[in-house]
Design a binder for this molecule. Structure first.
Ligand code: NAD
Length: 362
């Protein structure tokens, strides 16, 4: 049995960090006897150059015929002046929509050796290990009516925050399932003191709670949650929330734990799932061999856990990353005095060596 993975390297540092991650997955294949079949497709600027489309049909087809998708990053100055609907980022929005990837998972975990990268005090951030589950395909970013109208001689801007109960239920269930496999605590975030749509959100969470009696549930208003994430980040386990609140809170949680080069993500739907780093294509360092591959490697670790249920393989990658950081290896973006500076390839070699060490200790 094997897993079919669509590999979309994209632009900028995308090819470098994805190549690095494929090497790690090949090592996983060797250690755990898991077969992967990698098939490459084009997305973003490179797809515009080759096919005139940031998400060509053949790429979408490839994704639909795969068990999971691994993506690097898209975009760069070369394509910045194209009209909005033909820009590389459009490929990303379209793939999420076409594959109905409704739950965006953003873990924010502090690695002890990188604790200084957090803007918060060490004693506040220590032990932080949370995951923000954001609804990704509905809510105010998609609601109708929307637009800017003329009312008399004034302009009026309007957007609509709308959730159908099933749209809430499916993402809440995903979050409960994840909490169940972690520390069994779910924080649902809304603004139900002001918004009816949030009142419905809270009702649905309460209904679903009955199906997950082993998970502790906390409700927070979004403004309070934004404060608590900086006051007591280590007390959160899983946070579930709608599209716009999740957009903001997941960035906040990310910055609390430190570097952009370390943050993985997953976007999952009923049938498909896409894994990618949170950062962009970093055109300023593309081709220099210094990009930090760890966010993409950790995204692959999420793929093993959430798409394939290969928990042991997934944890081996995570622990290898911790081991490498503890051993003092750093790419330039996370470098500090007293550490050993390495490039993308050497960092990847170290992760692979780390995996061997972790497995030999079992
Ligand atoms: P960015 O995340 O690409 O880079 C911000 C800064 O962080 C840069 O200095 C970059 O060098 C650094 N950085 C990011 N990832 C790094 C890594 N793995 N290792 C080392 N350093 C890293 O954001 P940006 O500069 O605002 O955007 C650049 C391009 O990426 C734009 O075209 C933007 O639209 C696109 N973008 C794409 C995605 C995506 O594909 N999901 C996300 C954000 C931005």
């Amino acid at each position: 049995m094997g897993y079919r993975i669509a590999v979309l390297k994209g632009d900028g540092i995308g090819p470098e960090i994805v190549e690095a991650t494929l090497r790690v997955l090949n090592k996983i294949s060797e250690i755990f006897n898991i077969n992967f079949e990698f098939k490459e497709g084009y997305i973003g600027g490179i797809a515009i150059d080759k096919f005139g489309d940031p998400l060509p049909d053949q790429t979408l087809e490839l994704c639909k015929n795969s068990d999971a998708i691994l993506l690097g990053a898209v975009g760069g100055p070369k394509w910045d002046n194209l009209p909005t609907d033909r820009r590389p980022e459009k490929g990303l929005l379209k793939i999420r929509k076409e594959l109905d990837l409704f739950a965006n998972l953003r873990p924010a975990k502090v690695f002890d050796p990188l604790i200084k990268a957090s803007p918060l005090r060490k004693d506040v951030v220590k032990g932080t290990d949370m995951i923000v589950v954001r609804e990704l395909t509905s809510g105010i970013y998609y609601g109708e009516p929307r637009g800017i109208y003329k009312e008399g001689d004034k302009r009026v801007g309007i957007n609509t925050m709308k959730y159908e109960e099933d749209e809430i239920r499916r993402v809440v269930r995903v979050a409960f399932e994840i909490a169940r496999k972690r520390r069994k605590k779910l924080t649902s975030v809304d603004k139900s003191n002001v918004l009816e749509v949030s009142k419905l959100w809270r009702d649905v969470v309460e209904e679903e709670r009955k199906n997950f009696p082993d998970v502790e549930v906390e409700h927070l208003y979004v403004d309070n949650c934004a404060m608590q994430i900086v006051r007591r980040p280590s007390t959160f386990d899983v946070i579930v929330t709608g599209n716009i609140f999740g957009d903001i809170l997941s960035d906040e949680a990310g910055v609390v734990v430190g570097s952009l080069g370390m943050l993985p993500s997953a976007s999952i739907g009923e049938r498909y799932a896409l894994y990618e780093p949170v950062h962009g294509s970093a055109p300023d360092i593309a081709g220099k061999g210094i990009a930090n591959p760890l966010a993409t490697i950790l995204s692959a670790s999420m793929m093993l856990k959430y798409s394939f249920g290969e928990t042991e393989a997934s944890e081996t990658i995570e622990r290898a990353v911790e081991y490498v950081l503890e051993s003092g290896y750093r790419t330039p973006d996370i470098f500090e005095e007293g550490c050993i500076k390495v490039g993308t390839e050497d960092m990847t070699d170290k992760v692979i060596e780390g995996m061997e060490v972790i497995v030999s200790q079992k």
